[in-house]
Design a protein around this ligand. Sequence first.
Ligand SMILES: C[C@H](O)[C@H](O)[C@H]1CNC2=NC(N)=NC(=O)C2=N1
Length: 114
Amino acid sequence: MYNKVTRVSAVQLSAAEVAKHLLKLPNWKYDGKKITREFVLKDFETTWAFLSQVAMRSHLYGHHPTIQTTYNKVRLDLSTHDIQGVSEIDLKLAKKVEGYAAGREKVEGRESNK
Ligand SMILES: C[C@H](O)[C@H](O)[C@H]1CNC2=NC(N)=NC(=O)C2=N1
């Protein structure tokens, strides 16, 4: 696989710029250095279907989240290492990831708590 994203130097976004992007990504939190989102998926298989898509897309973009996972839970942290902050590519990947999570998240009260 190869990186289709144009290789340009990352530019750190201001806190205001990140906040504006996150209006469309309300489940993502920003701590000044990275954006983070926690997911609770329907079950283990769904979690790994989701993670496989995240992994492939990350590889395609050449930009990889820090991933923590336990059974049906996932935490993704995204930042741009060169600038030790958040740049456009982090938001671009976060938006893609939202699409992969759609329909896979556990709906409270409807799925068993395995
Ligand atoms: C050399 C390599 O392209 C870099 O280390 C890439 C790899 N994946 C990365 N992933 C993330 N999340 N941030 C980066 O800055 C980053 N840099």
